[in-house]
Ligand binder design. Structure first.
Ligand code: PMP
Length: 440
């Protein structure tokens, strides 16, 4: 529903995103037909200053910003509709439940799920992976079974499996990463021949930007008899991520990386799997009947949503999914592709800057080192000029080890970033080189 102060991101027939009320800003110096000023105007935080400079927010892989309509939808929910969901016989509870379940429909549509009951709300990708490792892994993995991961996994798709290995005696194996930063598919085939129970891998690398050939990996895994879990944290915000096209069994993603609130995300899973998996946590909401001697469970997805959920977060997540749907996944992808091309060109020209990850089949996440400047020092200097990037291991310590480094600087872009901001980053890097007395 349109909020009073909301500016819907509708698309003109030529694909340009426009303001609906004629209040259109002049097109920015973009390669893509994307009205960047109109988009940016929808994100209040983007007009603030940091250290007296306009904010240049390039830390989107860690968390994205929220548009007016998400903020105002959450506020309206809290001001006018809040009550606990699913168990009240009063008007507010009915409205809260409707808002909550409506969000489930929007989030399901975002990943191409035809059945909203296949969406389980979680705190985020991390909890979604933990849910699968704990519930499915606890029930169906035996000592000696293999789980196949990759060396580019975020810790959130690694540590839950290590915990499972500690509990069950299952064995973890890891697909190698090539020097270019893609998965070594020959190594994958070798490890698949060992017949793992599950292949769990990231759709897009949060450090390298690599877009993995997700359909191919899923098809090969299924042919080898394995289930598949895809970590979609860095894909669902940026790419058309359609679980029915991908063909996977589990898909995990987070709201706060796709213009939604923090503390909310989702696990999509095939209905049959959710039916046969035991509950993840026990408590209210997830039961059918409770007796002192034992209990029976509600049907999925409620079986996996114990306790009072993050209702306002879910409502905001749903609004974010609708916002992205109205902009259109293809339009978002094409704007980011233009940013990516421009960033590759500009960053590629900077002496002493080493960019990690492939040039093709990648998103607009750029990890780099800059001479021997420590990434944290670089990030601190850029922050003085209002430029927010991230520095560190990005929860990818094994991947950093693979490259023999402890961390990188990372600039990551989203639908509201502009080529001007790439210029600002490059200017900032040039100034930083002066501060550091040259780059070697
Ligand atoms: N996987 C990937 C690839 C990520 O980038 C992140 C977030 N950095 C996560 C998982 C974890 O997401 P969250 O913290 O939202 O649970």
């Amino acid at each position: 529903m349109t909020e009073p102060n909301q500016v819907a991101g509708v698309l003109a027939p030529d694909g340009r995103a426009v303001l609906p009320d004629g209040d259109r800003a002049a097109p920015g110096p973009q390669e893509s037909p994307w009205d960047i000023e109109a988009i940016r105007a929808q994100f209040p935080i983007l007009s603030r200053e940091v250290h007296g400079r306009p904010l240049v927010y390039l830390d989107n892989a860690a968390s994205s910003q929220q548009p007016h309509r998400v903020l105002s939808r959450v506020e309206r929910y809290l001001r006018e509709q809040h009550a606990n969901v699913h168990r009240g016989a009063h008007q507010l509870s009915a409205e809260a439940t409707e808002a909550y379940e409506d969000a489930r429909r929007a989030v399901a549509a975002h990943v191409g799920a035809t059945n909203p009951a296949e969406i389980v709300f979680t705190r985020g990708t991390t909890e979604a992976v933990n849910l699968v490792a704990s519930s499915w892994g606890g029930a169906f993995v035996s000592p000696g079974d293999e789980i196949l991961l990759t060396k580019m996994e975020h810790h959130s798709n690694l540590v839950p499996w290590q915990l499972l290995a500690g509990r069950t005696g299952c064995v973890l194996r890891f697909v190698d990463v090539t020097p270019e930063g893609t998965l070594d598919l020959e190594d994958f085939d070798r490890l698949l021949a060992r017949q793992p129970r599950l292949v769990a891998f990231t759709h897009v690398s949060n450090s390298l930007g690599t877009i993995n050939p997700v359909r191919e990996i899923v098809a090969r895994a299924h042919a080898a008899g394995a289930l598949t879990l895809v970590d979609g944290a860095q894909a669902a915000p940026h790419l058309l991520s359609d679980v029915s096209r991908i063909g996977c069994d589990f898909y995990a993603f987070s709201g706060h990386k796709m213009c939604g609130p923090t503390g909310v995300g989702a696990l999509w899973a095939r209905r049959e799997l959710l039916e046969e998996m035991p509950p993840y946590q026990g408590g209210g909401e997830m039961i059918s009947e409770v007796r002192l001697e034992g209990s029976s469970w509600a049907k999925p997805p409620h079986k996996f949503e114990a306790g009072t959920p993050n209702i306002s977060g879910v409502v905001g997540f749903g609004e974010a999914a609708r916002f992205l749907a109205e902009l259109g996944a293809e339009a978002i992808e094409s704007h980011e592709a233009a940013l990516k091309r421009y960033a590759l060109e500009r960053l590629g020209d900077i002496d002493g800057l080493r960019l990690y990850g492939p040039r093709q089949e990648r998103t607009s996440v750029f990890s780099f080192t800059y001479g021997d400047v420590h990434p944290h020092d670089l990030s601190t200097i850029l922050d003085q000029w209002g430029i927010a990037i991230r520095a560190g291991h990005h929860c990818n310590q094994p991947l950093m080890g693979h490259y023999g480094i402890s961390g990188t600087a990372r600039a990551s872009f989203y639908l509201y970033n502009s080529t001007d901001e790439i210029d600002a980053l490059c200017d900032g890097l040039a100034l930083a080189a002066e501060v550091f007395g040259g780059i070697s």
